[in-house]
Design a protein around this ligand. Structure first.
Ligand code: TRP
Ligand code: MN
Length: 450
């Protein structure tokens, strides 16, 4: 695409999934304020992530992208952030050890606030009130006052993202993520379970390996590789006014970067080729993800690759498939062939969550752990059959001991869902389920390698 681009060129394209802000002037004031604030991430960091993802695209590394469906303004505590990070580190170490390749870690964190909705309004007690669109837009309470979009929430989301990112940086660089603390990431409610026990054994093996390295004379204390990790940030780039306000020109390269997060993705509902979201994201230098649902054909996916990555830059584009466990076997292989034959160096990641959501008999939105695993399995098998690399997984999880997804090691049943169903949005894996998934994913991928 040789068409010109500017941070605001999306404004002349058709756009979906934007809130109806009651007062445009209020909105503009909030966006101007954010545009004057410092960037949350730097262009150079986005480029480092992109080189990591290029390694994934080449089959030499694996992507773990994980976090909340939607972050909450109310559950914004150090505890919450630390527990989420703990599960991500556990999964990462299980995948790294199990597969023997580097794991690129990306959180759905520090900016994952905005949600697309199937309807603009919802009927409550005979009244039409705006749908809940995430705390960056409105409150989830079922009243028209709570649901009225409020632009000051955009500013609050910026500040919460900044504080979250600050803590993530402190935890990942300040000793918490050091490999000699691998035992300490096992939370109590996890360690009592079979997955927790399995993790404990793996942690023992890592301890032994570290002792061995020290015994050989290697200085494991001062080696930054063993003490620090990069956990990058990402969210769905949905509210383009907010994303534009944080888009800045990089002084070293002159390129534009969306400095609200290291990686941004486009949702299944906003990926029209001639729509505003593709227009905006094609122009920023960050690595970009795009969700790929079961209705997409090989031609659709190629058109997407051409729009978002015409220069075929490895690591620039991650295709996140969300097919559903029953549809992946038939749906994915034609897409893998089309992209391979067109020579597009993409990262293929599996979102085994969003295609497997259903409503339980008790009325809760849930997902069955078995369906999630079946989709990962179908994903790995399809890649094996086509000779492509199953590059990563994209998971909704929380550090808390919730009961939102059915099944898993502790056999959460339909009637258990009410115990601790805390999500504001989609059902998330709890710590045990997430760890179990990491072990099984590592096994599935390794089967093809050893
Ligand atoms: N820095 C390495 C990495 O990111 C090793 C490492 C240190 C690590 N702490 C970790 C890996 C925590 C996973 C989890 O891979
Ligand atoms: Mn979700």
């Amino acid at each position: 695409m040789a068409k010109s681009w500017a941070p605001d060129s999306w404004r002349s394209f058709p756009i979906k999934q934007q809130p109806q802000w009651p007062d445009e002037a209020d909105l503009d004031r909030a966006l101007k304020q954010i545009a004057g604030y410092p960037p949350l991430v730097f262009a150079g960091e986005a480029r480092s992530l992109q080189s990591g993802l290029a390694q994934v695209a080449a089959g030499n590394a694996f992507l773990l992208q994980a976090g909340d469906c939607a972050e909450s303004f109310e559950e914004f505590t150090a505890n919450n952030i630390r527990e989420k990070l703990r599960v991500i580190l556990q999964m990462a170490v299980v995948l790294t050890y199990g597969m023997g390749v580097p794991v690129v870690k990306v959180g759905r964190i520090a900016g994952q606030f905005a949600k697309p909705r199937s309807a603009d309004f919802e009927q409550v007690g005979g009244e039409d009130i705006p749908s809940f669109r995430g705390h960056i837009v409105n409150g989830e309470g079922p009243t028209s006052a709570a649901r009225t979009p409020a632009p000051e929430r955009l500013v609050q989301a910026y500040h919460q993202s900044a504080a979250t990112l600050n803590l993530v940086r402190a935890f990942t660089k300040g000793g918490f993520a050091a490999l000699d603390r691998v035992h300490a990431w096992n939370q109590e409610f996890v360690s009592s379970s079979p997955e927790g026990q399995r993790y404990h054994q793996l942690a023992n093996e890592i301890d032994r390996a570290l002792r061995f390295m020290r015994a050989t004379g290697m200085d494991t204390e001062s080696n930054a590789n063993l003490r620090e990790v990069d956990v990058w940030t990402s969210h769905e780039a949905l509210l383009l006014g907010y994303e534009e306000a944080l888009t800045r020109q990089d002084s070293t390269t002159g390129g534009w970067y969306d400095c609200s997060a290291h990686m941004l993705w486009i949702g299944e509902r906003t990926r029209e080729l001639d729509g505003a979201h593709i227009e905006f994201l094609r122009g920023v230098g960050n690595p970009i993800g795009c969700k790929v649902g079961p209705s997409m054909t090989g031609d659709d996916v190629i058109a997407l690759c051409e729009a978002l990555n015409p220069a075929h830059i490895p690591g620039r584009l991650t295709l996140i498939t969300r097919m559903g466990a029953d549809r992946i076997e038939a749906g994915l292989p034609p897409l893998l062939r089309a992209v391979r034959d067109a020579g597009h160096p993409v990262v293929w990641a599996c979102d085994p969550m969003h295609g497997n959501t259903y409503t339980s008999p008790g009325g809760r939105k849930t997902r069955a752990f078995d369906d999630v695993m079946r989709e990962v399995e179908g994903f790995v098998q399809a890649h094996r059959a086509e000779g492509t690399w199953p590059g990563g997984i994209h998971i909704e999880l929380t550090g808390a001991d919730v009961t939102e997804c059915i099944g898993g090691g502790d056999q959460i049943s339909d009637s258990d869902l009410d115990h601790r169903y805390e999500t504001m949005c989609d059902p998330r894996l709890n710590g045990r389920q997430a760890l179990d998934l990491a072990f099984r994913t590592a096994e599935l991928v390794r089967q093809g390698v050893d």
